[in-house]
Design a protein around this ligand. Structure first.
Ligand code: ADP
Ligand code: MG
Length: 889
């Protein structure tokens, strides 16, 4: 599509823009959109992928490996061709192993990112539909609502109280009010283009429709992104820690290698190249530079496993916090409960109706269950509800299945109108009561208000938390007559509300007033209402939540309900899912508001339910819990929840109900919005964390053993204990199968029955443990070497300790399966058995023909074979430590 215009989009009217882009308010056809996609390309800002070749080559960027290659080349020049080819091949194998780890991690992370690909609500083919944001094209009509991330630059065509947070683009943190009707001078700067919305910014309030004008790199954001060089990929704190640690250990090993080199050169000046190769091989084999990659692979694979259980981890580093969560603060509605609501009770001051039917199916009956018939008020209620709710909510029938689009609470009320009025009645009410104003529901006011034409006057309808509506009402409608709201009547209504709430009903009040003119001021509009009725809405707990709560109890994780709902409703639901709550375990938003931080700290340990809270309270709750030393997971879905999600150790956003803003702020996204999924994720988090420690413990102990063996034998002026290729091979054998299999251990018994643990991956005690293990294995190896040397000669002694060390490390792999549990108490890990068999086969390759000549090994005499069994048994001393209950952290 040619762009003939010279004028910038904001200087044109919405109609002109629509015309230029050859679209309409019904949107593009899919066919046209596909054509445009070919012309404009995907709506994305450069996604550079690392090619497999790049990942492969990166494995050899290591300085030490380069030196080793050079040393191998030099020794080839000096005539030891087979030797250097063999070393080359082993390095290649190590490179391939490193590549496989990293490639797998990369692929997994990519797969996770795919799951997080954003979608946008767009009109295409005349229908509203969710489309992957990257497929958007100029001419698409976007529908914007609170919390949406704007996917492309677009010219507004409709806006209602629309406010956009453009800080990501302009740095301005105050939301900008937008106006579809504005037509602006051509030279208006981006920050003042109030008739446009821009990619990467967020709707914080209101609603709107806009036609996309620019996508991908031609958006304002895209232009900046091209200017600013691509941001480097951030490392997770965990990777940073491991990097740091690998480097520190690396330095020690380098120093030891240098000493070993010096000693060998001093022993035999002729052998400089050999000594050099030996010490570099030691450094290459023993420096754990592969650790961060292994850790990332384990985290990424764990994250992928979690995603299959509907928990999407956005940052791999969140897994650590997840595994040590002590308090889960969860929304009630839709997370602990099903969030599919049905009105069951309609309560007027003098009469009560019960409603039959389930879900959103608009079939059911309203039957008088108490008091006297009140046809007129009932009809009035249903009609004004129809008009009031249909401004935001639609009832949809798809292949016989009824669902709603919009807020479930309001949906339930709309379905009630359908049940009582029939579809014709609902449509008639909507047509007669034309909407003139909407103040949407928000979590602070806890109500929604609309205004409609009403004969020659106006009707104002408010719905929301009933006791709060009562506070702004001054009259009440009883049997068709508006009467003053006396204290008596008020307390009667309040006790009815409490009665409904204590049986677990979500309460929803409706009030109205009829006025001559619509006031400018919103507060004025919501004043002096006439209270009409309370609806009791059922929203039962989800299946599996009770079990999940029971599990958290065992795992010493506290579940706290944080809800905007009535305290009694919340308490009733809390009891249904097995939480013990009484009055003193409940704190209401209004009370919290009055408390100082110190006072909150004093009581917070006792609180299980926070009721009638606003999103700002959530931040205070998180902060208070954190300052008590808890690791806190907090759920959220709305725009206003973002600060609390960020403040929490693990911010949890709802995948279905959640806004883009909440998802962006979160660490974890629940694809099914389910509380039980959080618990599942915590469980996985603990497992992943445990499985991360195992290969690390294993590899560091192994590497130290190798270093100790080489260094002590050099100090003792014994002939070189391992040849370079043998050292490298030991590394291949242990870093491959056993290390990977240790990362895949099944959960240890008691994983969920113990309190959450907060620990660093590596600490002093562990370090001491690695050194101890290293000394033990290393000195055993050297002792055997020294003993066998005089009788059997270097060839056999070397082959013996070469094989022995591999066997010792296999034993070490076994004890590394658990930090605190004895091996025989662990569930079987078949993968590890195969891995250890694999390791043994790799070792056999090195000591049996035909490759024994390459590895310079010799056949071991029969009488030595039983002695080899000593090696795998040595690491088992660790079992004594476990038995004695000496902990590593
Ligand atoms: P929760 O924490 O349970 O999700 P909400 O903040 O959604 O609580 O709701 C709190 C109260 O506000 C409800 O009890 C209900 O009375 C009222 N309410 C909820 N949603 C709406 C809505 N869309 N319109 C009017 N009132 C609502
Ligand atoms: Mg809610």
């Amino acid at each position: 599509m040619e762009k003939e215009i010279k004028k910038p989009w904001h200087s044109l009217s919405a109609e002109e823009v629509i015309k230029i882009l050859k679209t309409s308010s019904k949107g593009l056809t899919s066919e046209e959109a596909n054509k445009r996609l070919k012309v404009h390309g995907y709506n994305e800002i450069s996604v550079k992928k690392k090619s497999p070749l790049q990942i492969f080559l990166r494995q050899f960027e290591n300085f030490l490996i380069l030196i080793l290659i050079i040393a191998a080349l030099i020794s080839a020049l000096l005539g030891e061709i087979i030797d250097s080819i063999a070393i080359g091949i082993v390095i290649l194998i190590m490179g391939i192993m490193g590549f496989l780890q990293e490639y797998r991690a990369e692929k997994t992370i990519e797969a996770l990112k795919k799951l997080m690909e954003p979608v946008s609500l767009v009109i295409r083919d005349g229908k509203e539909q969710q489309i992957p944001s990257k497929n958007l094209v100029p001419g698409d009509i976007l529908i914007l609502s609170e919390g949406d991330k704007i996917p492309a630059d677009a010219r507004l065509i409709e806006s209602y109280n629309l406010e956009v947070d453009e800080s990501s683009l302009t740095g301005e943190s105050v939301p900008v009010a937008k106006d579809a009707n504005a037509v602006l001078p051509e030279d208006t700067p981006v920050s003042n283009r109030t008739n446009m919305v821009f990619a990467g910014t967020y709707v914080v309030r209101g609603k709107g429709k806009a036609v996309i004008v620019e996508t991908g790199l031609t958006t304002e954001l895209g232009k900046i992104a091209v200017e600013v060089a691509e941001a480097k990929e951030e490392k997770t704190p965990l990777e940073v820690e491991l990097d740091y640690f690998a480097k520190r250990i690396g330095l020690v090993i380098l120093a030891l290698s240098a000493i070993v080199f010096t000693i060998y050169v001093l022993i035999d000046r002729e052998q400089v190249i050999h000594a050099l190769m030996a010490s570099i091989a030691l450094a290459v084999a023993a420096i754990p530079e592969g650790l961060p990659a292994i850790a990332t692979a384990i985290l990424a694979l764990g994250a992928l496993r979690m995603s299959k259980k509907n928990a999407l981890v956005k940052r791999l580093s969140a897994i650590e916090a997840l595994g040590s969560v002590d308090v889960i603060c969860s929304d009630k509605t839709g997370t602990i409960t099903k969030g599919e609501m049905t009105v069951k009770v309609v309560k007027f001051p003098n009469s009560e109706y019960s409603v039959s039917g389930a879900g959103y199916e608009p079939h059911g009956e309203l039957k008088l269950s108490n008091g006297k018939h009140n046809e007129a008020d009932l009809k009035f209620l249903l009609e004004i509800l129809a008009a009031h709710i249909s401004t935001d909510v639609k009832l949809i029938n798809k292949e016989g299945k009824w669902s709603i689009q919009g807020s479930p609470t309001e949906g339930a009320a709309l379905v009630l109108s359908y049940k009582g009025l029939s579809p014709e009645g609902v449509n008639k009410a909507i047509n007669e009561l034309k909407t003139v104003k909407i103040i949407p529901f928000d979590r602070f006011r806890k109500r929604k208000t609309t205004a409609h034409t009403y004969q020659d006057r106006y009707l104002v309808v408010s719905s929301g938390a009933p006791e709060m509506l009562l506070d702004i009402s001054f009259k009440v409608r009883i049997d068709g007559v508006e009467k003053p709201l006396t204290d008596d009547i008020k307390s009667n209504i309040l006790s009815e509300i409490e009665r409904l709430a204590s049986s677990g009903y979500r309460t929803f009040g409706v009030a109205y007033k009829i006025i001559e003119e619509i006031p400018e001021d919103d507060e004025e509009l919501e004043k002096d209402l006439v209270f009409l009725a309370v609806l009791g809405i059922v929203d039962p707990p989800r299946e599996g939540v009770k079990e999940a709560v029971a599990m958290t109890k065992k795992a010493k994780i506290k579940t706290v309900i944080v809800t905007g709902d009535h305290k009694l409703t919340a308490m009733a639901i809390a009891r249904m899912i097995g939480l013990d709550v009484s009055e003193e375990n409940v704190l209401e938003g209004a009370t919290l508001e009055k408390m100082s931080d110190e006072e909150l700290l004093k009581v917070i340990d006792n609180i299980t339910v926070f009721a009638r809270v606003t999103p700002m309270h959530k931040v205070r709750i998180v902060r208070a819990l954190k300052s008590k030393g808890y690791r806190v997971a907090m759920t959220g879905d709305g725009v206003n929840d973002a600060p609390a999600l960020k403040a929490a150790d693990v911010g949890v956003a709802m995948g279905i109900r959640g806004t883009d803003v909440a998802k962006e702020a979160a660490d974890l996204i629940l694809l099914d919005d389910n509380y039980a999924t959080i618990v599942e994720a915590v469980k996985e988090g603990r497992l992943i964390w445990e499985n991360l420690k195992k290969p690390i413990n294993f590899l560091l102990s192994c590497n130290l053993a190798e270093v100790v063996a080489v260094a002590t034998s050099a100090f003792a002026k014994l002939p070189m204990i391992f040849l370079p290729i043998q050292l490298l091979w030991i590394n291949v054998v242990t870093d491959s199968f056993p290390a990977i299999a240790l990362g895949l251990e099944p959960p240890e018994p008691g994983l969920l029955e113990r309190p959450p643990r907060k620990e660093r991956l590596i600490n002093r005690r562990k370090l001491a443990y690695y050194v101890f293990m290293g000394l033990l294995l290393g000195s055993t190896t050297v002792a055997f070497y020294a003993l066998l040397l005089p009788k059997y000669g270097v060839g056999i002694a070397r082959t013996f300790v070469f094989t022995g060390l591999v066997l010792a490390e296999i034993g070490l792999a076994l004890v590394s399966r658990s930090e605190n549990n004895l091996i025989f108490k662990l569930p079987a890990n078949k993968k590890l058995i195969w891995a250890l068999l694999g390791a043994i086969i790799l070792q056999l390759i090195a000591i049996l023909p035909p490759l024994n000549t390459v590895f310079k090994t010799e056949m071991l005499p029969k009488e030595l074979l039983p002695l080899l069994l000593v090696f795998p048994v040595v690491p088992l001393v660790d079992e004594i430590r476990k038995k004695l209950g000496i902990r590593l952290s």
